[in-house]
Design a protein around this ligand. Sequence first.
Ligand code: PEP
Ligand code: MG
Length: 753
Amino acid sequence: MPLSVGAPRLLLRRLREVMAERESAQARLDKVVVLVASNMVAEVCSLYLRRRDTSLELFATEGLNPEAVHNTHLKAGEGLVGLIAEHGEPMQFADAQTHPAFSYRPETGEEVYHSFLGVPILRAGHTIGVLTVQNRTQRHYSDEEVEALQTTAMVIAEMIASGGLAVSEEGGQEARREQSARFTGVTISEGVALGHVVLHEPRIVVTKLIAEDVEFERRRLAQAIDELTGMIDGMLERGDLQRAGEHREVLEAFRMFAHDRGWRRRLDEALLTGLTAEAAVQRVRNDTRARMLRQIDPYARERLHDIDDLSNRLLRVLAGGVGTAAAGNLPQDTILIARTMGPAELLDYDRQRLRGLVLEEGGAASHVAIVARALGIAAISQAKGVLDAVEAGDAAIVDAEGGELHVRPTPEVVAAYADKVRFRARRQAQYAALRNVPAVTLDGERVSLNINAGLVFDLPHLDQSGADGIGLFRTELQFMIASTFPRLEQQTRIYKAILDAAGERPVTFRSLDVGGDKVLPYFRVNKEENPALGWRAIRMALDRPALFRTQVRALLRAAHGRELRIMLPMIGDVAELTAARALIDREVTILKRHGRLEPRKLLVGAMIEVPALLFQLDRVLPLADFASVGSNDLMQFLFATDRGNMLVADRFDALNPAGLMALRVIVEAAARHDVPLNLCGEMAGKPLEAMALIGLGFRSISMAPASVGPVKAMVLSLDRSDLWVRLQELLACKSTSVREELKSYAAEKGVQI
Ligand code: PEP
Ligand code: MG
């Protein structure tokens, strides 16, 4: 017998009354099953909840033997109830007992019931229980009935989650929430952090589930969807993506789903059962999440992920435009978790409270990763599935040495990591003690250790790390966090502050390296097929000289009689270097004409990161005052592996002989032309890689501030000429990475790596 149209709403109203009663949880659950059974004209309604051991326990029943309550347990996957829990979706059977999965439990007395409908009770996509109805006759349950039962299941789930129904200490949700979980990812900023989870995009807890006025809720939802689509369209039109760390593809997918009829229909159906707008969004989101968790096809999973994200945003619009967690009260030991994030968004957080960062997406070379390193917080990325498994406030440990995240860790894990943190602190103290010790190898070679910087908050690192100078100042970071092009005066102020802070220590300013994946929110560029090979860096500077010249002018003014070092990124041939130099010379002439003080010394250098330059070194180097190897780009181009694509980024090791031989060619050419040489890619900050670089002949390298200590400890324990001999042998005979051989070398010779 199908439900009448008003029945689901009536059921919801009654449910609300039951939930509001001041009775024990058990008494309320007992009433819920009676209500559902009578409302759906079913002889049986039963509620099973998942326990800590993952079995499903019969918690309440109308129609089955009351003695079975709390005595019937089904193992994971056992019986039709187990099957529904496993699949996380509604199932019905006209003749349940003939189904191969049917599990006969004599204590329940259910053998007389033929029809069976069960729906999962879902929380954050996970099944925490199953709600069933049964009838004696063989019958088909209508879509409306399935929908009504699902809605009831959702109400029960929300009540459990919000603590309104403390069913049992061992209740399913409690059990899941208490289970510790471990995720692996890729380290993007080294460190170990213990703290508590903050979700960058807070989840809205839906408290009001049942609508007073369905039409009113429909209007609210329609308005919210309009507002959300307007926001997405606006962002796409303005190209205002970078600040929010948005990917155009994701927003485009959002736009597609926001107009998706199926999604809207499901929302509408949920509303018709009598839910509030928020609860309807949550209902559809729960189903989506459940489907997502079961998806094997990564593409389909990703799309479902997008719908899940979209629902989250819609909930935030309905809640009145709740922003990101940055604006809220953060715990002192925040472990920030997000799917993706832009560098500027990370900078919105109070640094004093940030301990760790975990992202589901984004490579180690992404901008947010660079900012995380600059902030010195432990960060990992590519931690898939984390958002499905955490709640705000969960205890968490980010191990950005091993690339792991522990959520709700056991006391043993906490103790082990507390030890690790103490050990790291001791090591940091040892490094700090080396701060004023010059980096000299055992055989007397002085190595210049510099930091990479790009933001004003990097400046204290110069003193703290004891570095010799700033080997790479990525000027584009300032541009990336601004909302419009920084004007001449603004740029001058920043560059001056940096030179002031550095004092006598040299600072190498790299001219704007934007384009490719480094997008400026306010600067439109055409979409490119291969952005890393596209219109970027020096290419853009030469095509738009006004931009470049403004920057050079600001640098010249900031230097005001001091030494100025300007480094040009992505130089591909001699002509690019000479053209850029001519523009710089013109600015010097203008400076003089205006009677301003010239730099005491102006040095113009080239980055060596385009492989073609390897074959023009003898022509380019004589025209450069210094050179610096951008090994991140050089290796990505040399091995043809996209540095931001996790599927290939690790495919070739920078310690592959091909890479090292390319570096050796550069070292030899720089020596021939007596041009000072530095290397400022990420490999310089890793002690083993840095050891190889010094072995090859680099005397100056530049790295994230936190790496200076460990790299200096390595330098102080290294006999550079001995390593040089070993390296030559290795490069002569090996054709794959020499990583293991170098590790053995370090162990054998006592080099601290
Ligand atoms: C490099 O390419 O190695 C480099 C230092 O520059 P960036 O990482 O900013 O491209
Ligand atoms: Mg580069």
